[in-house]
Design a protein around this ligand. Structure first.
Ligand SMILES: NC(=O)c1ccc[n+]([C@@H]2O[C@H](COP(=O)([O-])OP(=O)(O)OC[C@H]3O[C@@H](n4cnc5c(N)ncnc54)[C@H](OP(=O)(O)O)[C@@H]3O)[C@@H](O)[C@H]2O)c1
Length: 260
């Protein structure tokens, strides 16, 4: 069995790669950090291929897909992603479009192309990494939340199409709350609640994906929080999320455009 893992150089993606490796999977790992990719290649040996690619660039996404064509892929893990903190009018437009290219466009392209391949063989697992942000609006992190809403809704829709086809192909969407990775370190913000580890999120996601379950929300508090969003008026929910995001920034004000 072989998986393509995007964003495999750190955090949740790295943990997913390690856990798949320890289950005997072969891997194709991608990210921009060449040193991290080489280190993983050394550790996993013949079980891993690495391909450096910037997924903000559509032609690089296609290059990753073409690279994978030389192998039989059983699982696609769309994990690469990051966020931009700041008020919507202040975040840099170019940075934000790059973020949307990684968080939405690259995931969209790979999901479509691998889904077509998987359906031909009626076999394959897609694991899309979204966030509990995918169930809410996110002032001060607005386009990131909106992007994760896209990932959640796209995955739900594909799942229903697969169900109607009685397909053996499955899709799982991972929707964690805070996870201890580089995500917030890069932004210079801190979590307002205790994060789970990347290992826990990865193990939970893989368990759900192997059971062909659609939604994977690790942690009871986050599960309850997501469930609760159904009953809270959207203006109140936006006000609550604003408060949470604001409290994460040093000094109580969000940086203009800090990357994850
Ligand atoms: N941490 C959290 O609290 C949290 C919560 C919910 C959901 N998530 C989601 O979990 C996923 C993984 O994030 P993480 O928390 O593990 O953060 P992380 O440690 O910063 O990892 C992000 C990964 O994405 C890759 N990436 C970023 N930009 C890229 C680009 N332009 N091209 C290719 N790869 C790129 C990075 O690789 P390179 O740097 O090598 O390019 C890295 O491997 C993301 O989709 C994130 O939205 C995180």
């Amino acid at each position: 069995m072989r998986a393509l893992v995007t964003g495999a150089t750190s955090g949740i993606g790295r943990s997913i790669a390690e856990k798949l490796y320890s289950r005997g999977w072969d891997l194709i790992l991608t990210g921009r950090n060449e040193a991290a990719l080489n280190e993983m290649k050394e550790r996993f040996g013949a079980n891993a291929e690495v391909i450096k690619a910037d997924l903000a660039d559509r032609s690089e996404v296609m290059r990753v897909y073409e690279f994978c064509k030389g192998y039989r892929i059983d699982m696609l893990v769309n994990n690469a992603g990051y966020g931009l903190f700041g008020r919507f009018e202040e975040t840099d437009l170019e940075d934000e479009l790059n973020m949307l290219s990684v968080d939405i466009v690259a995931l969209h392209i790979l999901t479509k192309l691998f889904l077509r391949d998987f359906k031909k063989h009626d076999h394959g697992i897609i694991l899309n990494v979204a966030s509990c942000a995918g169930f809410m609006t996110g002032p001060l992190l607005s386009s990131y939340y909106a992007a994760k809403n896209y990932v959640v809704r796209l995955s739900f829709a594909i799942a229903e199409e697969l169900r109607r086809d009685r397909s053996k192909v499955s899709i799982t969407v991972l929707c964690p709350g805070p996870v201890d990775t580089n995500f917030n370190n890069r932004a210079g913000v801190s979590f307002s609640v205790k994060p789970i580890t990347a290992d826990y999120a990865a193990e939970y996601a893989l368990r759900k994906a192997f059971r062909r379950e659609l939604i994977a929300i690790p942690g009871l508090a986050v599960k309850l929080g997501v469930f609760g969003t159904r009953f809270v008026p959207h203006k109140l929910l936006s006000a609550i999320v604003y408060g949470i995001q604001r409290s994460k920034t040093t000094g109580g004000t969000a940086p203009a455009a800090a990357k994850e």
